[in-house]
Write a new protein. Structure first.
Ligand code: APR
Length: 270
């Protein structure tokens, strides 16, 4: 889908003029890295009901009653993340730090912005590469190889005897007892508290920025979805990149992140 040159030029001018830039991303920025989004066709929540799989109480109940369904869900979530690589959008976003004070605020839990080289990343929904205590205190980081091993082990626990016990054994790097009591993946589920200090910093970044580039989010899930509007209220330019959703933007570049973000960064900074 070719971008209108005038629209691209408008967006590039707004980006070039930014002293403090926020890049706010959702699942769409990682779609071309092979990680499904949540609400598109064949998205996670189309295949796994969020009331059962996006809440801790639903996950625990599923673990006890249908451990094979939980193993299928966790494998579907972890496997694409474990093997994903940053795409051209992540790389272009990382390059922005060479041209201005750029902070990434992401709703994603896949670690791909850091893997692409972005240094200032706020993971407001946490990350599967973080292991935390029950109350969210950091315990350790998970290496990508460990996530690969967990997703491969999950594949083997979806059938046969003692599935719950084998499921828990597969998840032991990120789930179960640790020296600091119970440990769990450092991700934020529905109804859970946002990841701190990332969330408090993200709100400050949105209020102080003079431009926010919104990439690949449906803007449906609060409180994260309030950030573009908060930035706009404080006078920031809002540029959005998405094949279907313009969001509350001044300029909408309609298209896939992997194609559009590099063109925008090139048009803005050469
Ligand atoms: N490039 C850019 N955008 C894309 C692409 C792509 N290749 N493919 C899809 N999109 C867009 C879709 O048009 C949609 O606007 O990405 C967005 C994906 O929306 P969601 O699936 O709702 O994902 P997201 O907005 O990140 O969800 C927010 O909801 O379930 C919770 O915690 C979860 O962080 C997630 C939050």
């Amino acid at each position: 889908m070719p971008i209108n040159p005038e629209t691209l030029d408008q967006a590039a001018k707004r980006l070039r003029g930014a002293r403090r830039l926020v890049v706010f991303t959702g699942a769409g920025v990682s779609a071309e890295s092979g990680i499904p989004t949540f609400r598109d066709d064949n998205g996670f929540w189309q295949r796994f009901p969020p009331e059962q799989f996006a809440r801790w109480d639903g996950l625990i109940k599923t673990a006890v009653v249908h451990p094979d369904q939980l193993a299928e869900f966790l494998q579907a979530v972890l496997e694409p993340i474990a093997v994903a690589w940053p795409n051209a959008a992540h790389a272009a976003i990382a390059r922005l730090e060479q041209h201005c004070k750029a902070t990434v605020i992401t709703q994603n839990v896949d670690g791909l912005h850091q893997a692409a080289g972005s240094k200032q990343v706020r993971e407001v929904h946490g990350s599967f590469f973080r292991v935390v205590s029950l109350r969210g205190q950091p315990i350790r980081s998970l290496q990508r190889e460990e996530l690969v091993a967990v997703s491969e082990s999950l594949r083997r626990t979806r059938s046969g005897m003692f599935r719950l016990a084998r499921l828990l054994w597969s998840l032991r790097p990120m789930f179960g007892l640790s020296w600091r009591g119970f440990k769990r993946p450092g991700v934020v589920l529905f109804g859970g508290a946002m990841a701190e200090p990332d969330w408090s910093q993200a709100q400050r970044d949105a209020q102080l920025c003079d431009a926010i580039l919104v990439v690949g989010t449906s803007g449906l899930i609060y409180p994260a979805a309030m950030l573009p509007g908060l930035a706009r209220q404080h006078g920031a330019s809002v540029i959005s990149i998405d094949p279907y959703e313009p969001g509350p933007s001044h300029v909408w570049l309609r298209g896939r992140a992997g194609e559009v973000v590099p063109q925008l960064v090139q048009a803005a900074f050469g």
